[in-house]
Ligand binder design. Structure first.
Ligand code: UDP
Length: 246
């Protein structure tokens, strides 16, 4: 781990990467990048790079995993060994199993799984480069990949963390802030603002949590706009103007 810088927030109130407390890192999304997946997305968020492939609904195997009344949703978060500074050990870890579980649960309220009994919907996440906030980046990318796969959903899910750095509540922590900050609080929500993921690492007072939530809502709103723009660009068919006199 790098040494803690003297200050993570400078005297003019900016963070070390030049952001204000309420700013998210720049986000770039590409949709439909994997030809063998039913839906896919590549997302860069600051220095995070994640790739998501969605498969299904398809017959669930093994058969005993099938449910007669609904599709089973499976979410697999994997961190490539080269994605972090110190090589990540390949294969599942306690951390990746936990992230997979909470991320799957973040989507369960929106995916209309009951329409596809006996099937599975698989969401595979590969983190190619990590700089804190990979679970939130992966959820944002998965939302797009699910939409790209045509999976019926009640809406998109967006995700963003807030935390405490040098005693200040800030949005979307980068690695340095995550390592040396006092708290990290990832949140995911539906388009209607229903919370579907909530985790806390560190300590915050109720007032700090309230303040952080306001930031997270703002961040998620901005991300939703980026997601919607990407989906509109891919799926919206331009309405043809009728020719004059027809
Ligand atoms: N990290 C790492 N090695 C690991 C796990 C995490 O270097 O085995 C780094 C990585 O940059 C990650 C960050 O620590 O993004 C924060 O990890 P955390 O568990 O808080 O999850 P995240 O913020 O990525 O969702």
């Amino acid at each position: 781990m790098s040494d803690k810088p003297e200050k993570l927030i400078t005297d003019d109130g900016l963070r070390l990467d030049g952001r204000h407390a309420d700013e998210i890192r720049p986000m770039k999304i590409e949709i439909g990048v994997l030809s063998r997946a039913d839906g896919s997305c590549y997302l860069e968020w600051g220095r995070n790079k994640v790739l998501v492939g969605v498969f299904g609904p398809r017959e669930a195997h093994p058969r005993r995993s099938q449910r007669a009344d609904t599709a089973v949703i499976r979410y697999k978060y994997n961190m490539a060994s080269f994605s972090v500074e110190d090589r990540a050990r390949p294969g599942p870890s306690r951390r990746s199993i936990e992230i997979s579980k909470v991320s799957r649960e973040a989507f369960e309220p929106v995916i209309m799984a009951e329409l596809f009994p006996k099937t599975a919907i698989d969401i595979f996440v590969e983190v190619l480069q990590a700089d804190a906030g990979t679970r939130t980046a992966a959820i944002n990318a998965s939302s797009i990949a699910l939409a790209d796969a045509g999976i019926p959903m009640k809406g998109l899910v967006t995700s963003c963390a807030f935390g405490k750095v040098d005693g200040q509540i800030v949005l979307d922590l980068n690695k340095e802030e995550d390592n040396h900050g006092e708290a990290d609080f990832p949140v995911a929500m539906t388009q209607d603002g229903e919370i579907t993921l909530l985790q806390m690492d560190g300590n915050l007072t109720p007032d700090e949590i309230r303040k952080g939530f306001e930031l997270a809502k703002k961040g998620c709103k901005e991300i939703l706009e980026i997601q919607q723009a990407v989906l509109r660009k891919k799926f919206e068919t331009p309405v043809e103007e009728p020719e004059a006199g027809v």
